[in-house]
Design a protein around this ligand. Structure first.
Ligand SMILES: [Mn+2]
Length: 327
């Protein structure tokens, strides 16, 4: 059930600043764009604010001219009239994941409405709908649109479909329910092509991305009788292939797909001793618990976090110690 306060806050707002999490994925961007379209169909004005430009992997999303990473523009939006601006956070499990720069820019937004499905969600905002059993924020927005009797345009349907498809690993993960499939079917009814979305998400490799994949796969180590797979990305691999950091999206699903693997870990070397860690699990291991120990978060089967002042080797040893206990 959608909390009444969330629906009331959305109904009563005429101007909205909508945000999502940093390093936005398909659910984050698809939800943000769909939300703007849905609310605009109700006559509301929506400003979609991001911390940085959209990854080239998602440059096909319809309506992305709505997105802005220009803080001057958002300040102008706040100043335009005396009217209050409602804040809406989509797919964000923790206030800090909105991004500290954005958080400052939107601090005047009130009320602040939160819609999310992360198991590790830490409550924030004035009203919220958080349901960890939902496949995606996109799935939740479909129901919000229905509850508000809003129109779902082709553009909104396309973006919601991207959101749901990417967060369910193409309707394969345990978060895929019969309701997820019903909603996906409704979106196809609105003219979205499942083939088109799948091709744009999965058949979109640049030659540099393939070279990077070769190097990342070359780094894979299977440990603990192949129950743990470790994959690493060094800064040198990026430099020599000419690929972009966004290109690593979905790489981790390959070691995860190895039958005996229960947890796949992907370590990415950043600058200044920063290591980003993605964990993907199958079955009982709860990787959001491990991510939580490092200040990160996510879902039972997919989580991430960062370690500062470390190296790939040190970070790997540290996490392996924790993972072995969970097997
Ligand atoms: Mn999501």
């Amino acid at each position: 059930m959608i909390p009444q306060q969330v629906l009331d806050d959305l109904r009563n707002s005429s101007r909205i600043v909508a945000v999502t999490h940093i390093h936005p994925d398909g659910d984050a961007l698809g939800s943000l764009l769909a939300f703007a379209s849905i609310m605009e169909s109700l006559g509301k004005e929506v400003f979609c604010l991001l911390e940085e430009p959209v990854s080239h992997l998602y440059s096909f999303l319809p309506g992305q001219e709505r997105l802005s990473w220009d803080f001057k523009e958002v300040r102008a939006f706040f100043e335009k009239t005396g009217e209050k601006v409602t804040g809406v956070s989509l797919d964000c499990g923790d206030a800090w994941r909105i991004g500290s720069n954005i958080y400052k820019e939107i601090s005047a937004a009130t009320p602040f409405v939160v819609i999310d499905h992360h198991a590790s969600h830490k409550k924030f905002g004035n009203s919220s709908w958080v349901d960890e059993h939902r496949s995606s924020t996109g799935e939740m927005l479909y129901e919000i649109a229905e509850a508000l009797s809003a129109e779902i345009s082709w553009e909104a349907a396309y973006n919601l479909y991207v959101a749901i498809m990417t967060d369910t690993g193409s309707f394969r993960y345990e978060n895929t329910s019969s309701r997820t499939m019903h909603i996906a079917a409704e979106l196809l009814e609105k003219g979205v092509s499942a083939e088109d979305v799948a091709a744009r998400i999965y058949d979109n490799y640049s030659p540099a991305r393939l070279c990077l994949l070769q190097k990342c796969l070359g780094s894979v180590n299977l440990l603990e009788n192949s129950q743990i797979a470790v994959m690493t990305l060094s800064r040198e691999m990026l430099a020599t292939t000419g690929a972009l950091i966004d290109d690593v999206e979905n790489f981790i699903n390959i070691p995860r797909a190895v039958k005996p693997v229960k947890v796949a870990m992907f370590l990415k070397e950043g600058s200044g001793g920063q290591v980003s860690v993605s964990l993907r699990a199958k079955g009982e291991v709860d990787v959001s618990k491990i991510a939580g120990l490092f200040g990160g978060g996510g879902h039972h089967n997919a989580a991430g976090f960062q370690i500062n002042g470390s190296t790939l080797e040190k970070a790997e040893a540290l996490i392996l110690k924790l993972l072995r206990k969970e097997l």
